[in-house]
Design a protein around this ligand. Structure first.
Ligand SMILES: Nc1ncnc2c1ncn2[C@@H]1O[C@H](COP(=O)(O)OP(=O)(O)OP(=O)(O)O)[C@@H](O)[C@H]1O
Ligand SMILES: O=C(CO)[C@H](O)[C@H](O)COP(=O)(O)O
Length: 295
């Protein structure tokens, strides 16, 4: 926990929708006049695309069938932990971008599959927002989760996550459905061992559940829309959450457990704004008070 320099971590698998959720955070930051710096989790991959391919082959030849981008060892997690620690202590740190496609290549001036140079965060920010695969990892050696003040899980049920991944990778990253299916299969071991445990560390999980048939996610012709889904919102610690207010403000929502509410898919953005805005304001107000007291 950092307090003077708060960190929010949005965690989800590839295709879960963390970039989409980041957009909601950006809107809240803009509306509330909060200066944020951000990290895309893929920036902390250990290998560029060509080196990852070589590393995968090397491990495969040695009998390792479990290695993937989801694996802890495929990412610079000690470096990420250091950046979280440094931001928490002094508001400083650095990041870079992993360039996925031609559009990003154009924006960053680096070919697809490569990293940009490391760059320091802008000075004087109020908050750090991480969005990616490993923002709530806690193992014996790596304690990223301990540095984040608010941890959010973005976890569609798995058929929907796969549909989102297949469609996004085909539409904007130029992969075939078969190639994406192979990647999903290869990542399954690390999905279970490295990704899922983080959703017990997160403070709030947003789980999108389709209400249309997704039995064969690999042939789905479109992503179920917001109107064709519900979102289960689960609070790790429900104390202090004003459930009657939320249920009253979000039409057609209901409590499904003492720590969970369900909202219609097209109310996700509203639900996030109602739930997250006061939490973000509390973090920023507290950090400003501490900064004033220590200056
Ligand atoms: N709530 C939603 N309703 C409808 N579609 C969604 C929703 N959230 C995400 N999607 C769609 O799912 C796909 C993947 O979303 P997004 O790019 O945000 O995933 P991601 O978690 O950032 O993936 P990666 O980490 O691999 O970049 C996109 O096509 C996006 O439009
Ligand atoms: O979204 C991802 C992980 O979150 C990508 O799969 C990862 O960044 C590697 O990209 P690529 O396989 O296109 O080089």
């Amino acid at each position: 926990m950092s307090e003077q320099h708060p960190i929010i971590s949005v965690v989800g698998s590839s295709g879960a929708g963390t970039s989409t959720v980041k957009h909601t955070f950006d809107q809240i930051f803009r509306r509330e006049g909060i200066k944020a710096v951000s990290i895309e989790g893929d920036a902390f991959h250990k290998f560029d695309r060509a080196s990852m391919k070589a590393e995968l082959q090397r491990r495969y030849d040695a009998g390792d069938r479990t290695f993937s981008h989801f694996s802890f060892e495929a990412n610079e997690l000690s470096e990420l932990e250091k950046v979280f620690a440094s931001y928490g202590a002094t508001g400083t740190g650095r990041t870079r971008h992993y360039v996925h496609d031609d559009e990003e290549a154009e924006r960053y001036g680096v070919p697809p599959g490569r990293f940009t140079e490391w760059e320091d965060f802008d000075k004087g920010s109020d908050i750090l927002l991480y969005e990616g695969l490993h923002g709530a990892v806690r193992t014996q050696d790596i304690r990223i989760a301990d540095h984040a003040d608010l941890k959010i899980g973005v976890v569609p049920v798995i058929n929907l996550e796969w549909i989102q991944k297949v469609h996004r990778d085909k539409a904007s990253r130029g992969y075939t459905a078969e190639a994406v299916t192979d990647v999903i299969l290869r990542r399954m071991h690390a999905y279970v061992h490295c990704i899922c445990p983080q959703f017990s560390e997160t403070d709030i999980n947003f789980q999108r559940v389709p209400v249309v048939d997704t039995s064969n996610p690999f042939i789905a012709r479109w992503i179920p829309t917001a109107g064709e889904s519900l979102v289960v919102i689960r609070f790790k610690n429900p104390r202090g959450i004003d459930f009657p207010y939320l249920v009253q403000m979000i039409r057609d929502s209901w409590m499904s457990r003492a720590n969970s509410i369900v909202v219609p898919g097209d109310k996700l953005d509203l639900a996030m704004q109602l739930i997250l805005t006061p939490m973000i304001l509390r973090l920023v107000d507290q950090s400003k008070r501490l900064k004033r007291a220590s200056s």
